[in-house]
Design a binder for this molecule. Structure first.
Ligand code: ATP
Length: 343
């Protein structure tokens, strides 16, 4: 039950914006659609909302196709990055507008207004002009407005894009809490993997109009299935290797040496070395001489870039680990937990 996108294709002239896109959003689930600019995210939302008709494929709600249903009859809500609030109306009028259009009477509108303003923490803001509100408050009004008609599905298109980082993080947390408490079925579109991971039950990674990987944030981060996803998630310790089987085990010959991995592989491939793979002690299976090029402090962790056998590799350590730039160190890599093979 919920939304099903089935083999949806949409082209504009020669540009294929969506290319056989399929995934589902279960009732009460928050699914993030994550991908770089131009990958087809906005077109996908337009197709789901009914603003664009797919060339082929189907969009269905609870098992019934929506292709013959007009946008305003689908019962879906949309929230954009720029909020599209009416600047000349106050908070009450902005939210009440859509409810009146739906035919609600005055007392119903008043009651619903109070409910949604409480929900987003803006109790008592009814009379305030939009122009007097902060960016974060405007974002909450936009959320209240999109939730007020109780949409079956709420689509959020880069809703926090224009806010500064600290505010974005706080609102993201609040937004997640509100949507989860309501068991609101939602699609959250973003190009920011941290945002997608923080809010979503599942993530749909897209590139060039195609779905590349679907899974929980934990699963996608732990096991990217392609080079594109690894790079997009910032996992950029990627080195080429040639796999061979020796005595029943798989060894991959790389510029760092031979790495023993689980699973059966043969031929040329790419090895992903995860940023948490390195240890600063001179023991273990894979010992490497590493020159520390630079380090940057990131709060609880620090990120360090090393030159190792001609490869630039980035690792993360707890911030209290002492690392001196320019020094050559001996690192050990844990091939079991931290090395993956990508095609
Ligand atoms: P962004 O994150 O930059 O908004 P997006 O992932 O939302 O990008 P879309 O806006 O869906 O991507 O665009 C996907 C592709 O389809 C792009 O190559 C875009 O140029 C093209 N496209 C989208 N709408 C139209 C249109 N109306 N006419 C022609 N081409 C279009």
């Amino acid at each position: 039950m919920g939304l099903r996108i089935d083999q949806v294709t949409k082209a504009f002239g020669g540009t294929i914006a969506l290319d056989g896109v399929s995934f589902e959003v279960e009732s009460g689930e928050i699914v993030a659609v994550l991908g770089p600019s131009g990958c087809g995210k906005s077109t996908l939302l337009a197709v789901i909302a009914g603003l664009e008709r797919p060339d082929t494929g189907d969009v269905a709600w609870n098992g019934e196709t929506l292709l013959g249903t007009a946008p305003y009859l689908r019962g879906f809500g949309l929230m954009f990055q720029d909020y599209a609030l009416f600047p000349h109306m106050n908070v009450f009028e902005n939210i009440a507008f859509g409810l009146r259009m739906m035919g609600m009477d005055k007392s119903q509108v008043n009651a619903r207004l109070e409910e949604v303003l409480d929900l987003v923490g803006l109790h008592g803001f009814e009379k305030r002009d939009i122009s007097t509100l902060s960016g974060g408050e405007q974002q909450r009004v936009a959320l209240a407005r999109s939730l007020a008609p109780r949409p079956k599905l709420l689509m959020l298109d880069e809703p926090l894009g224009s806010l500064d980082r600290t505010l974005r993080e706080r609102l993201l947390f609040e937004l997640g809490e509100i949507l989860r408490n309501l068991r609101q079925t939602a699609i959250y579109v973003t190009h920011d993997q941290e945002e997608a991971f923080a809010i979503a039950d599942r993530v749909v990674v897209m590139n060039e109009g195609k779905v590349i990987q679907v899974g929980t944030p934990q699963a996608v981060y732990a096991q990217p299935t392609s080079l594109f996803v690894a790079r997009f998630l910032g996992l950029d310790n990627l080195i080429r290797g040639v796999a061979r089987i020796q005595d029943g085990a798989t060894l991959i010959d790389t510029s760092l040496g031979s790495i023993r991995v689980d699973g059966q592989f043969e031929g040329e491939l790419t090895v992903l070395i995860r940023p948490n793979a390195a240890r600063l002690h001179a023991e273990g299976e894979l010992l490497l001489k590493a020159q520390l090029l630079e380090r940057s402090f990131r709060g609880t962790i620090c990120r360090a870039t090393f030159l190792i056998h001609g490869e630039r590799l980035r690792f993360e350590f707890p911030s209290d680990v002492m690392l001196e730039e320019g020094k050559t160190l001996l690192l050990s890599l844990d091939p079991k937990s931290a090395v993956q093979v990508l095609r």
